[in-house]
Design a protein around this ligand. Structure first.
Ligand code: SAM
Length: 230
């Protein structure tokens, strides 16, 4: 029974990846591979498992969501993640996006594995994400931290890439700006608390930041000292 179910999920995942490729969202071979191997159904609540490979966001409790797969794919592509990189993610949620990033910076048998540091403000989600990451074998590649991610994580700075998966009131929160390496990339949704947000890809060049607006998006708000008030 378990192996039939596994095949069922693998088949659905394969179809999702094919459709993201057909839509021109997935283009980079390494991102295609990551989306093809990370089992999204193991990061969603049990009652949502059968919807795990639909291209839509799903509730993960506490009013929070796991983003739609096309959004995970886009952000991974724009971040230009490479083996060996150190990445900071703000908004762990389910842990799925952190696992995708881990596949990219620390692929199996890597001689130069990178690492993901991911911060979540809800303790219950931290615990759920840690369990999912352990069950899927990513626990040694991802460190989950409970706290206010708008402060970044200076203990491990600087980062090659910073990924924010909740909508920020500002495009470049000060601590994240300071903790990004020169030449690094920040991918962040920014705008109002509930509507009218855009996804930005921001490249740091010394004290300059080159920002590109990608598309309109809708994310849950980034709540914290350098985010929105709760
Ligand atoms: N990346 C997640 C995934 O793969 O499931 C989806 C993230 S969900 C859209 C946004 C998350 O950001 C929520 O879990 C929310 O609790 C979290 N969040 C919001 N503000 C935060 C903050 N200041 N620090 C850390 N996490 C925050």
């Amino acid at each position: 029974m378990a192996s039939i179910l596994k095949m069922h999920f693998e088949e659905k995942r394969k179809r999702l990846v094919e459709s993201l490729k057909d839509r021109g969202i997935l283009t980079k071979p390494e991102v295609i591979k990551a989306m093809s191997v990370v089992p999204r159904h193991m990061f969603v609540p049990k009652d949502a498992e059968s919807s795990a490979y639909m291209d839509s966001p799903l509730s993960i409790g506490l009013g929070q969501t796991i983003s739609a797969p096309h959004m995970n794919a886009m952000m991974c592509e724009y971040l230009e993640l490479k083996e060996g990189e150190k990445v900071l993610e703000i908004g762990t949620g389910s842990g799925y996006h952190a696992a995708l990033c881990a596949e990219l910076v620390a692929p199996e048998n890597s001689q130069n594995p990178g690492h993901i540091f991911t911060i979540e403000r809800h303790k219950e989600l931290v615990e759920n994400a840690k369990k999912s990451l352990k069950d899927t074998g990513y626990e040694h590649k991802v460190t989950v931290i409970h706290g206010d991610g708008t402060l970044g994580y200076p203990e491990e700075a600087p980062y090659d890439k910073v990924l924010v998966t909740a909508a920020s009131p500002t495009k470049v929160p000060v601590p994240l700006r300071d903790q990004l390496k020169d030449g690094g990339i920040l991918c962040i949704p920014a705008g109002s608390k509930s509507f009218a947000q855009n996804l930005y890809v921001i490249k740091k060049h010394g004290t300059d930041f080159k920002s590109t607006k990608i598309t309109g998006v809708r994310f849950v708000p980034l709540i914290g000292k350098y985010g929105f008030e709760s």
